[in-house]
Design a protein around this ligand. Structure first.
Ligand SMILES: Cc1cc2nc3c(=O)[nH]c(=O)nc-3n(C[C@H](O)[C@H](O)[C@H](O)COP(=O)(O)OP(=O)(O)OC[C@H]3O[C@@H](n4cnc5c(N)ncnc54)[C@H](O)[C@@H]3O)c2cc1C
Length: 512
C-alpha cells in the first residue's frame, strides 16, 4: 500500500483520490480551504441557493464511470440528474431567437430551419458531421489516454475543414473557429452560435483551432444535464465517495512545496512547515512558481503550455440574483444572449491590437448566459426565483475586478442584457451578489482567476495541457490545468488517467 498525497480537493483531484483508494492505496488529500469541490462552489443567501462554478454537466459518462468503478451505488443513486430540455435558447443580435432541444440532431436542425430560415439546419448538421469525424479521430489520444510521448500527432487539426474554391485565388480551409463561422456556416447567427461555445469554454474564436467544433458536438450529442440541488451536489457525492473509500481529507492545509528526495517526489510541505511524507504526489492545482522543485512539471517532450498560461487565461464574471416573483412555467433553463459585436468582445476578453487600456478589456456588449434552473431547492418558495448570469471575461490583472466601480458597472451591463431573457428582471431583484476572477483566484489558487479550457488538438499542440506524468518521478498532474484540460468531464478524465498511471505504471495506455 503506497502513501499518496493529493494536493487540492478539486473534482479532478478527488476523482484520482477515489480511484487510487479503491486500488488499495493510502490516500490523503491536502486542501487549503475549509471545504471540498474547488470551483464547484455554492453561494446561499436567505433561502436562495446558487452554483458559483459550472451550472450544467456535459458528458456525464465520465462521472458515471467514476461511480461504477469506486463503489456499489451508481451516480444516479447518489445525485438526481435531469436532462435540460430545451438545452439552450439563443437570442441573436438581429432579434432572432431559437430554442435547441437536448441531444437531438434532427430536432436542432428543425429548430434552426424554423428560426433562421430553410437550409440553416442542414448547414449546421453538415458541420456537426465534420465535428463527429474530428471526435472519432481525436477522442482517444485527446481525452481517454495520457498525453503520449509522440503528442505531436495532436498538433494536427482533426477537423476536416471544407476546401473552399475561389475564383482565380488559392483555395482556403478554415483553421479557426471564427473561420468555420465565416466560411462554412456563412450565417452570422450560426457563426455566433459556434463562437458562443468557444467563448463559454474560455477560448478566443479568432485563434482557437477548428477542432473546437468538438465542443458543440459533445454537448449536442451527449446532452446537457442538471443536478438537482445544484452542481455542488455532484462535488458532495464525489467527496462522500472518497470518504467511503477511506480517503483522508485535511482541510485548511495549504501545500507550499512538493518534497523531492533522491530524485523522486517524496511528500509535501504545508504552510505551517509540517512535512507529510508520501511515496507519490498528485498535484491537482495550477502549479505556481516554487510549488514543484526546479519547476520539473512538464513531462517528456514538453508540451508548449500556452493553454495553461495565456491562451486560456480568461475568467468568469457571475451575477447571482435573488428575485421576487415566480419563475414562469415555460421559462428556459439556459438562455444565451449573444453579443452584437463579437470582434470587440474577443478583443476585450483576450486582448489584441487595440485592447491596451483597462476600459478596453471590459466588453461593452458581452455574451451573457442566463441560468434559470427549475429547482425548488434553489429558492425559498415558489414566489421567488434564483437566476445566475455569467460572462467570460479578462482575468484579474488586465482588469482590476476588485474595484467596486468596475464590478458594479459590468454587473449592470449583464443585468441589462439579461433582461431580454427574464421578463421584468431589474424590477424583480431583491439581492445581487457579484463574483469575478478575483474571487476565483482566491478560491482555486489559479493565477488571475483563470478557468482552464478543455485541451484541443490542432494549432501545433498549442492548446494541449501538460501531461499527467511529469519529469519528477512520483509526481503526477490532475485537474483542469493538466491533460486533458478544464471542465468537469475533462478534469474528471485527468483523475482516471492519473489513477491508471499510478496503478498500472507509466506504460498505462488509457481507459477502455
Ligand atoms: C466561475 C467558474 C465557472 C466555471 N464554469 C464551468 C462550466 O460552465 N462548465 C465546466 O465544465 N467547467 C466550468 N468551470 C471549470 C470547472 O469547474 C473545473 O475545471 C473543474 O471543477 C475541475 O477543477 P479542478 O479539479 O481543476 O480543481 P479546482 O476547482 O481548480 O480546485 C482546486 C482546489 O485546490 C485547492 N488548492 C489550490 N492550491 C492549493 C495548495 N497549494 N494547497 C492545497 N490546496 C490547494 C483550492 O482551494 C481548490 O479547492 C468553471 C470554473 C469556474 C471557477
Amino acid at each position: 500500500m503506497a502513501r499518496i498525497a493529493v494536493i487540492g480537493a478539486g473534482t479532478g483531484a478527488m476523482a484520482a483520490a477515489a480511484r487510487l483508494a479503491v486500488a488499495g492505496e493510502k490516500v490523503t488529500v491536502y486542501e487549503r480551504s475549509a471545504s471540498y469541490g474547488g470551483s464547484v462552489g455554492r453561494h446561499e443567501h436567505e433561502g436562495f441557493v446558487f452554483d458559483t462554478g459550472p451550472g450544467l454537466l456535459h458528458l456525464p459518462a465520465v462521472q458515471r464511470d467514476l461511480f461504477v468503478k469506486t463503489g456499489k451505488e451508481s451516480l444516479e443513486q447518489c445525485v438526481t440528474l435531469t436532462q435540460v430540455d430545451p438545452a439552450s435558447r439563443h437570442l441573436f443580435a438581429d432579434g432572432t431567437a431559437v430554442s435547441l432541444p437536448n441531444a437531438s440532431r434532427a430536432g436542432v436542425s428543425a429548430a434552426l430551419d424554423g428560426a433562421l430560415g430553410a437550409g440553416s439546419g442542414a448547414r449546421w448538421s453538415d458541420f456537426m458531421d465534420r465535428a463527429r469525424d474530428a471526435w472519432d479521430r481525436s477522442r482517444r489520444p485527446l481525452l481517454e489516454e495520457p498525453l503520449r510521448a509522440d503528442h505531436q500527432v495532436l498538433g494536427r487539426d482533426p477537423y476536416p475543414a471544407v476546401r473552399q474554391r475561389r475564383l482565380l485565388r488559392a483555395a482556403r480551409q478554415a483553421a479557426t473557429v471564427a473561420e468555420i463561422g465565416t466560411w462554412e456556416l456563412a450565417d452570422p447567427r450560426l457563426a455566433a452560435l459556434l463562437d458562443g461555445y468557444a467563448l463559454a469554454h474560455g477560448l478566443d474564436p479568432r485563434t482557437a483551432p477548428a477542432s473546437a467544433a468538438l465542443l458543440p458536438y459533445m454537448e449536442q450529442t451527449f446532452g446537457s444535464w442538471y443536478v438537482l440541488g445544484g452542481m455542488r451536489e455532484l462535488a458532495r457525492a464525489v467527496y462522500e465517495r472518497c470518504v467511503a473509500r477511506r480517503v483522508e481529507f485535511v482541510f485548511g492545509a495549504e501545500v507550499v512545496r512538493v518534497i523531492e528526495k533522491d530524485g523522486r517526489a517524496a511528500g509535501v510541505e504545508l504552510a505551517g512547515g509540517e512535512v507529510a511524507e508520501a511515496d507519490r504526489v498528485v498535484l491537482g492545482v495550477r502549479p505556481r512558481p516554487g510549488l514543484v522543485p526546479g519547476q520539473q512539471v512538464w513531462g517528456p517532450g514538453d508540451v508548449p503550455v500556452r493553454a495553461g498560461s495565456d491562451a486560456g487565461a480568461a475568467g468568469r464574471f457571475t451575477v447571482l440574483l435573488s428575485l421576487r416573483g415566480a419563475r414562469e412555467a415555460d421559462a428556459v433553463h439556459r438562455t444565451v444572449v449573444h453579443s452584437g459585436d463579437g470582434a470587440a468582445e474577443w478583443e476585450a476578453v483576450f486582448g489584441g491590437r487595440a485592447a491596451d487600456r483597462v476600459a478596453d478589456r471590459v466588453a461593452g456588449h458581452p455574451t451573457v448566459t442566463v441560468l434559470r434552473p427549475d429547482d425548488p431547492a434553489t429558492r425559498p418558495d415558489a414566489e421567488h426565483e434564483a437566476v445566475t448570469l455569467t460572462a467570460t471575461v479578462a482575468p484579474q490583472g488586465p482588469v482590476d475586478w476588485r474595484d467596486a466601480g468596475v464590478r458594479q458597472r459590468f454587473a449592470d451591463v449583464l443585468v441589462e442584457r439579461a433582461g431580454a431573457a427574464v421578463p421584468g428582471l431589474r424590477e424583480r431583484i431583491l439581492h445581487t451578489e457579484i463574483r469575478t476572477p478575483a474571487e476565483t483566484e482566491a478560491e482555486t489558487g489559479a493565477e488571475g482567476g483563470a478557468v482552464p479550457p478543455p485541451a484541443l488538438a490542432g494549432a501545433g499542440g498549442a492548446y494541449l495541457h501538460p501531461g499527467n506524468l511529469t519529469r519528477l518521478p512520483g509526481l503526477y498532474l490532475a485537474g483542469g490545468w493538466a491533460h486533458p484540460g478544464g471542465g468537469l468531464a475533462h478534469a474528471g478524465m485527468s483523475g482516471t488517467l492519473v489513477a491508471g498511471l499510478v496503478v498500472e505504471g507509466d506504460g498505462f495506455s488509457g481507459s477502455r
